[in-house]
Design a binder for this molecule. Structure first.
Ligand code: SF4
Ligand code: SF4
Length: 412
């Protein structure tokens, strides 16, 4: 048999067995699995295993190392693989750096493509929303109601309204993400205010379009890549030099796709942009020599998509920025970098698991007796807020962008 014939025979076998060959950008993660030395560290540190036990979630090693060989094994993971929050703790502690979150996404991709009957129904419903609207949420049906809701929120928070702007040729694209566009509108508004305050020449998209992270987590790689390509076209046509976001998930996903698809444009979380691009000198200036500030005791939650998927330094920037605000004291909970359970689309179909994961965080936050929890992510904000509320806590949860914008002194 010639090489060509052998190649064709292998292709035919793969097709007959419904085996989807690995994509080039998946190979590194697949190969990392071979490095596993079965030390078990990943299991001991996985927040889902800790919260619900190995009977419900067999754990990172079992999913990635034992069950990621071929389609029949993929199918048997289907009641487990959707319970991973994608926090990245397993990869961080693994001495061989086995990329378990990437393997989890790879398995989900194959299940979605070949056995959609095994995908949780809530994720299929979410898939329909994304395909229909290019957004992770149903958009407001009535734009006037959306605007009224925004107005009420801004008044409650004491934040000014800054008109939306689309400016071709601007230096920076501010990309709020689906959550801040359709749900936590105050985060988008606060970021616009901060960028305007420091004189940044920024633009929004003419129409918000999802970055593709939810589709990737559902396993719908095709839509994820389609959305990434659509966003790339919009970014190129605007001609921006930098992208700034306020969502932890958007930050890590946009960093990944910008590198993967050669956008050549750096992506920053706003916290990082304030620290590294605007600079602490300029950011601290408005607070100098200004009257009295209301004391605030805060504790911080560090989103997984920032500290484990983008850069731990952003967490340091967040603390440094909060320390610039007179009256603010930070009380560390000791659990700030523990997953809140809000990732991986787990809450869409297994709310009990997502909420079990955040239980330890809630206890640690309560023990600080802080007035406010701040976190640089609207999704973590929502997950922690609803669980603190259920626990009867009086602690307020605020997105760091909103917290900072509300304390910026009015310009004289
Ligand atoms: S990414 Fe997080 S939730 Fe998923 S297996 Fe690893 S440690 Fe567990
Ligand atoms: S921590 Fe890494 S090497 Fe150890 S069992 Fe888990 S995947 Fe294998």
């Amino acid at each position: 048999m010639s090489d060509e014939q052998a190649y064709e025979a292998v292709k035919a076998t793969l097709k007959a067995e419904r085996i989807q060959p690995f994509k080039r950008d998946e190979l590194e993660a697949v190969r990392s699995v071979e490095g596993c030395i079965n030390c078990g560290l990943c299991i001991g540190h996985c927040p889902v295993v800790r919260a619900v036990g190995v009977e419900r979630f067999s754990g990172p090693r079992s999913i990635a190392v034992e069950l990621s060989r071929s389609p029949p094994e993929f199918w048997t993971t289907s009641d487990k693989v959707y319970l991973c929050t994608g926090c990245g703790t397993c990869r961080e502690v693994c001495p061989r750096k086995v990329n378990i979150p990437a393997v989890v996404n790879m398995i989900r991709t194959r299940i979605f493509a070949q056995r959609p009957d095994l995908v949780p129904k809530a994720l299929l419903d979410e898939h329909d929303v994304i395909v229909k609207h290019s957004l992770a949420f149903e958009p407001w049906a009535d734009q006037e109601e959306k605007s009224e809701s925004r107005k009420v929120r801004l008044e409650t928070l004491g934040l000014p309204s800054v008109p939306d702007r689309v400016v071709p040729g601007a230096d920076v694209l501010f990309y709020p993400g689906c959550q801040a566009e359709e749900r936590a509108q105050e985060v988008k508004e606060a970021a616009k205010y901060i960028l305007s305050y420091f004189g940044i020449n920024y633009t929004l998209l003419d129409q918000m379009s999802c970055c593709g992270l939810p589709s990737k987590l559902i396993g719908d790689d095709e839509t994820a890549r389609l959305l990434a390509g659509r966003l790339q076209d919009k970014v190129k046509s605007l001609g921006v030099k930098k992208i700034v976001t306020t969502c932890a998930g958007c930050t890590s996903n946009l960093c990944d796709i910008s590198a993967r698809d050669g956008w050549g444009i750096p992506v920053y979380h706003l916290v990082e942009f304030l620290a590294e691009e605007i600079g602490f000198n300029k950011v601290s200036r408005p607070f100098k020599g200004r009257g009295r500030f209301t004391p605030a005791k805060v504790t911080i939650h560090d989103p997984c998509h920032i500290i484990r998927h983008t850069s731990r330094q952003i967490a340091e920037h967040a603390r440094a920025i909060l320390n610039l605000i007179p009256g603010v004291t930070i009380e560390e909970s000791g659990m700030s970098d523990s997953c809140c359970g809000g990732g991986g689309m787990v809450g869409y179909h297994s709310r009990d698991v997502a909420d079990a994961v955040v239980t330890e965080n809630v206890a640690a936050i309560s023990s600080t007796e802080a007035d406010t929890v701040v976190t640089p992510c609207p999704l973590c904000t929502a997950q922690i807020e609803s669980n603190l509320f259920r626990a009867g806590s009086q602690t307020v949860v605020e997105d760091l962008t909103v917290f900072f914008a509300r304390r910026l002194p009015q310009k004289r």
